[in-house]
Design a protein around this ligand. Structure first.
Ligand SMILES: *[C@@H]1O[C@H](CO)[C@@H](O)[C@H](O)[C@H]1NC(C)=O
Ligand SMILES: *[C@@H]1O[C@H](CO)[C@@H](O)[C@H](O)[C@H]1NC(C)=O
Ligand SMILES: CC(=O)N[C@H]1CO[C@H](CO)[C@@H](O)[C@@H]1O
Length: 399
């Protein structure tokens, strides 16, 4: 222990003594005070840090700080870290956000960004959720997201919490090689549309060792997502890890390479899910989906492909989804279902699922709404290992 300590700490001290550690830009030096607004202070600290030609750290120290709305823009001249030790709090009334079409905190065009520090981004969503009827009303007021990452590359977000976002907690668009590690999302089960992490049009995103408790999808995967690795994520409450919903935009891009491994779902509406809209224009491919070593604790729909996704009767079922799902493997899924239909693979008549392989599924249903069952259409999976319950065994399967 002592030896390890010396080995680790001495070079670090030397580094700092030599003046080669990252330069620190504490918001306190820019007028940021606890319990007061820090839009200006954080913006100034970021601008100076971003202009530095050596690595820099912007520090939001311990304490609670108020932030109305901010864009932190790159490109920066050197790697930059945003260390949030305290709590950054949004106004509870979203009508106070200066730009109602923008996110609460937007980070654009930064390479080698680290967000760390153990602190909290508090979206103060309670008032906003009460007003959100976007599930039912297409003309609803669009609420701001919490943290928006656009065109961020080679970056890490670790050891911070996003709490009570007014809308999606984290939105990742146009990013490449970004890892979320020991990231926490926390919002109540009844909060509306508070997806944990939404990723789309990005490549090489990892979500590791993360706890997501929210009112909507834990992780939602939009179009154009390539190479997403989700490992050791615990999800619940929430709506599970979902690809989609996809299909509504004619220009949506393919989704490829989704790897979900060693995750736990507890009291969620879904476990692993793919959802696409019927009567919708997009013809894209969803391919290479791999799910393994997953525990389901009282999950309503542990394994679900729904190509007739149509909540609140917002669409017609008469023409099938044009999206093709292929190369999907599901392996070693254990636990309990809260609904009798534990596995539902409802693929599109227009583009049946292909190369679906299912192995070692062991799910139990302890409720009283009938025996455990599965539902399959337009899919002929291959099976390896055991299936309990038997999957696609009944006559309901069509093709
Ligand atoms: C939170 O993030 C989402 C996604 O970017 C955004 O739509 C929302 O407006 C953000 N703002 C707040 C205050 O939650
Ligand atoms: C991905 O980003 C991490 C974190 O900045 C970096 O260490 C790594 O080298 C990057 N990987 C590639 C392939 O560029
Ligand atoms: C859900 C699940 O399988 N969790 C396991 C993930 O991996 C860690 C470490 O290997 C185990 O401790 C978990 O039980």
């Amino acid at each position: 222990m002592a030896l390890k300590f010396t080995l680790l700490v001495l070079p670090l001290l030397a580094h700092i003594v030599n003046g080669q550690g990252p330069a620190t830009f504490d918001i306190g030096k820019y007028g940021g005070k606890p319990n007061a607004n820090i839009d200006q202070a954080l913006s100034s600290a970021w601008k100076e840090a971003c202009a530095a030609t050596t690595p820099s750290t912007v520090v939001v120290p311990k304490g609670t700080f108020l932030l109305n709305q901010l864009t932190l823009a790159g490109p920066c001249k050197a790697p930059i870290e945003l260390q949030v030790q305290g709590t950054i709090r949004a106004p509870s009334d979203y009508t106070l956000l200066p730009d109602k079409n923008a996110e609460w905190i937007t980070i654009n065009y930064v390479d080698h960004l680290t967000i760390s520090g153990g602190g909290v981004f508090d979206g103060q969503g309670k008032e906003a959720w009460a007003k959100n009827d976007c599930g039912k009303n297409p003309k609803c007021v669009k609420l701001p997201l919490n943290l928006s990452f656009n065109f961020i590359t080679n970056s890490i977000v670790r050891d911070v919490t996003s709490q009570d976002s007014k809308n999606f907690h984290v939105n990742v668009i146009g990013c490449k090689n970004v890892t979320f590690q020991q990231f926490t999302v926390s919002a109540p089960a009844d909060s509306i549309n508070t997806d944990g992490i939404h990723v789309a049009k990005s490549e090489g995103i990892s979500v590791l060792d993360t706890v997501i408790k929210t009112g909507d999808d834990c992780i939602s995967i939009g179009d154009g997502m390539k190479e997403l690795h989700i490992e050791r994520v615990s999800c619940g409450p929430g709506h599970g890890i979902s690809v989609g919903s996809l299909g509504k935009g004619a220009t949506e891009e393919d989704v490829a390479g989704i790897y979900v491994k060693n995750c736990t779902f507890t009291d969620t509406q879904n476990g692993i899910r793919v959802k696409t809209w019927p009567s919708a224009p997009a013809k894209l491919q969803i391919t290479d989906l791999h799910y393994e070593d997953i525990i389901m604790n009282n999950v309503e729909n542990p394994i679900i492909i729904d190509q007739e996704y149509c909540p609140w009767n917002q669409c017609k079922l008469d023409s099938p989804s044009l999206i093709k799902i292929s190369k999907m493997t599901v392996n070693n899924i254990k636990g309990t279902a809260a609904n009798p239909v534990a596995v539902s693979l409802v693929c599109s008549k227009a583009a049946p699922c292909e190369n679906v392989e299912v192995g070692d599924v062991d799910l139990a249903y302890s409720g009283n709404q009938g025996p455990i069952s599965t539902k399959c259409s337009n899919v002929k999976p291959t099976f390896v290992g055991k299936q309990n319950p038997p999957i696609c065994a009944n006559a309901a399967q069509s093709s």
